[in-house]
Design a protein around this ligand. Sequence first.
Ligand code: SF4
Ligand code: SF4
Length: 210
Amino acid sequence: MFLTEKKDINEVIDTLGKYKKIGIIGCASCASICLTGGSAQVKEMEKHLSGMGKEITFTISIDEPCDARVLKEDMRFVEDELKDTEAVLVLSCGTGVQTIGDFTKKKTVAGVNSRFIAQTEHIGEYHALCQGCDECRLNVSGGVCTITLCPKGLLNGPCEGHDGIKCEVNEDSTCVFMTSYANMSRFSEEENIGRILSPRDYSINMLPKK
Ligand code: SF4
Ligand code: SF4
């Protein structure tokens, strides 16, 4: 799931500023799960903007607005209304916002902030476990991502600050390398303990990614 959080409403209102006829698009996938872009949030935004005198030309929730194929299919339902729309407010991650902007060719306004790929513990508690580095080392790191879970982003560790269990930066957390080594022992992968992993090859991680 890609985690998003609501933007400050004042930023949204400022960006919509001169536009009077607004369409609102929500995301029925990730943004719906984290309560930033589901149908309830779309309705809430519609009520808010209508109350300010904006004309809401349409509202719609798209299953996956980040999927250009799904977007094209679903937007047929509001084809006519879109023609009469000046700006589209999107309650989805930045990928959805840009996919919608490219498709509609309208002024497109992001209604939420994009955070990270998230594991959902429960609604309201999320954890980043992976940053999509293009060169996954989980198979040799005991199944935990040290570059994401170590506050210093270390590939090889631990650093000298740990006390044998706890992280020196986050005292409430176990040093991720202790978890990594414990997992390696559990699965009899001792050959990986102490192995120095080669530096990441940033050339394969060049932007823009395709
Ligand atoms: S090494 Fe970590 S950041 Fe890279 S792909 Fe694997 S889990 Fe994701
Ligand atoms: S104690 Fe472990 S998790 Fe904490 S900063 Fe050092 S290596 Fe990273």
